[in-house]
Design a protein around this ligand. Sequence first.
Ligand code: CA
Length: 251
Amino acid sequence: MGANILIVEDEEPLTTLLRYNLEAEGYEVDAVARGDDADTRLKETAPDLVVLDWMLPGLSGIELCRRLRARPQTQSLPIIMLTARGEESERVRGLATGADDYIVKPFSVPELLARVRALLRRASPERVAMVLSIGDLELDREKKRVSRSNRPVDLGPTEFRLLEFLMERPGRVFSREQLLDGVWGSDVYIDERTVDVHVGRLRKALNRGHATDPIRTVRGAGYSLDDRFGKDERVVKDDRLVKDDRLGKVG
Ligand code: CA
């Protein structure tokens, strides 16, 4: 499945042009014309990248960008800002609000597509990998198999998709609503508590016989696959080594 891209742009011909070209590249494209509508939309759905216009009705692109960065769910959401202004100070301001990249209007479509590709690659190299691997967790998309510490983990199809979704975007926090949209699809009506049930099952299956939990519950925000998962263990080990070394010297 192609990455999901949200276009936030009030110039309809430009939206049409962008949508056409992005869809031709295999992306799933959604578009909104107002900044405040985009703000609402982004609380519910989690696209993989946002193309955000600077001047928008309702809420400016800069203000929206600032708000997105202030929320855990969208803190590291890749954003390309479109701006009609070329002055250096404005460019700096654009990046200072937290956009990952910006492009000055008028721009060439191939250039924008190249930026989108580059940013998606940079943001989640996991998207294109056949085998996802974080800490001692491994998920094979092709064989539909999951293992932890080289031991197979039995998962139902929903838990598998849920884990795949989280492993593709380690460290990003998703609300229940965003998980419903990303894993179950936006056209299905399911109670948000269903997400908790499946996260619970996934956790139980993954953590059997293990002390560390790769899934993080973020109070008031949602769930995330810990991107430091597996790294802490190494830190602890190193610490112990240092201590042992000191003890050795004292003795
Ligand atoms: Ca505009």
